[in-house]
Write a protein that binds this ligand. Structure first.
Ligand SMILES: [Fe+2]
Ligand SMILES: [Fe+2]
Length: 362
């Protein structure tokens, strides 16, 4: 193995000098097999995915739908219910609306996430409709789709936000795509989704709590039920990672550490307002969320600690030297981030977003 390994790292010109027959018979299969470990692991787990779908996702007939929480437009009481929503919405402040709008837009960019996941190695939508992984991605997308749907309709009825500006931002975000640093690697993608699902659980849950404190029961219910979905998704993705960890601990630990070195960026990190440049609105929104306490640097650290604990990074043994270094890095990272976060400062200056008119309430 070590004899051939340097060739896997060789430059193109060097490979050209290797006799063709030697390349075809000896080197190519070896390089392929190193590259395909992930594919093999994904294929080995694939028969279990049907079980994950049954355990962690809920069929359309049994799960909540947006209309369960919104005024029924076929009912005579529709206008009264809308009036109630509009009245209650007046109690909510500026940072709250900005955060809710950005959370909604993040959910609405689902086409980006589905197309990204469908392209991940091992999630093969073309290899028969019954491939477990692609079935998972479709079923997960179908659940997620309800989040943007219910929040968008709520925002529209609330009368507190500029829907056209929101719609333009959503169109920009989908069109701009994202780059979450995972490439097509299933290991890195599952670390990312595990992390993100818990982050969205936290933020929807807190928004729901704030809505309830301001007497906005309907919005509180919506956000809480969305948070419940995100938690189920989180539990599923962390299970995928745990299962992979059992098959390829070296590869999984390295992928986890690599993602944490790059930092887990938010899926809406390219957020922009109409006429703005990519990512400009994201920083302003993050300040709002941090100020409001909806999603903070401390949450990021706490999520990392939970992942380290669930995947039992502390007690993993028998790793390669490189993976062992990655393991030690992961164990030390929460304390390191804690020290950094204590020095972090966030602006209290409120940016005025085109999505929400200034109303003087934080
Ligand atoms: Fe969601
Ligand atoms: Fe989710």
């Amino acid at each position: 193995m070590t004899l051939f390994l340097p060739f896997t790292l060789a430059k193109e010109e060097e490979i050209k000098r290797i006799p063709r027959i030697y390349l075809d018979l000896c080197i190519k299969p070896l390089v392929m097999s190193i590259k395909n470990v992930r594919l093999e692991v994904m294929q080995a787990i694939e028969p279990k995915v049907e079980g994950y779908i049954n355990e962690f996702l809920i069929p359309a007939e049994k799960i909540w739908q947006p209309t369960d929480f919104l005024p029924n437009s076929q009912s005579d009481s529709f206008y009264d219910e809308v009036e109630k929503i509009r009245g209650e919405a007046k109690e909510l402040g500026y940072d709250f609306w900005v955060t809710l709008v950005a959370d909604t837009i993040t959910e609405e960019a689902l086409p980006t996430y589905e197309s990204w996941l469908m392209d991940v190695e091992g999630i093969d939508q073309h290899n028969g409709k019954d491939n477990g992984w692609s079935k998972w991605v479709r079923a997960w997308t179908a659940e997620e789709n309800r989040h943007g749907d219910v929040l968008n309709k709520y925002l529209y009825l609330s009368g507190r936000v500029n829907m056209r500006e929101i719609e333009m931002t959503t169109q920009h975000l989908i069109s701009d795509g994202f780059d979450i640093g995972t490439d097509r690697d299933p290991y890195k993608n599952f670390v990312y989704t595990t992390f993100q699902e818990l982050a969205t659980n936290i933020s929807h849950k807190r928004v729901g709590k704030m809505a309830r404190q301001k007497g906005n029961a309907l919005l509180a219910k919506m956000c809480t039920i969305i948070a419940g979905d995100e938690m189920r998704h989180h539990l599923a993705y962390r299970e995928f990672v745990k299962t992979i960890m059992g098959q390829d601990p070296d590869g999984m630990v390295l992928a986890f550490a690599d993602m944490m070195k790059k930092k887990i960026v938010m899926p809406a990190h390219f957020l922009r307002e109409s006429g703005g440049s990519i990512g400009e609105a994201f920083e302003q929104f993050s300040n709002c969320a941090q100020r409001l306490g909806v999603y903070t640097a401390q949450d990021y650290i706490d999520i990392l600690k939970k992942l380290n604990a669930y995947w039992d990074i502390e007690n993993l043994r028998g790793l390669s030297d490189e993976a062992e270094k990655a393991r030690v890095y992961l164990m030390k990272l929460p304390d390191r981030l804690q020290r950094i976060s204590e020095r972090m400062q966030f602006t209290q200056d409120q940016h005025t977003f085109k999505w929400v008119e200034a109303n003087g309430m934080l």
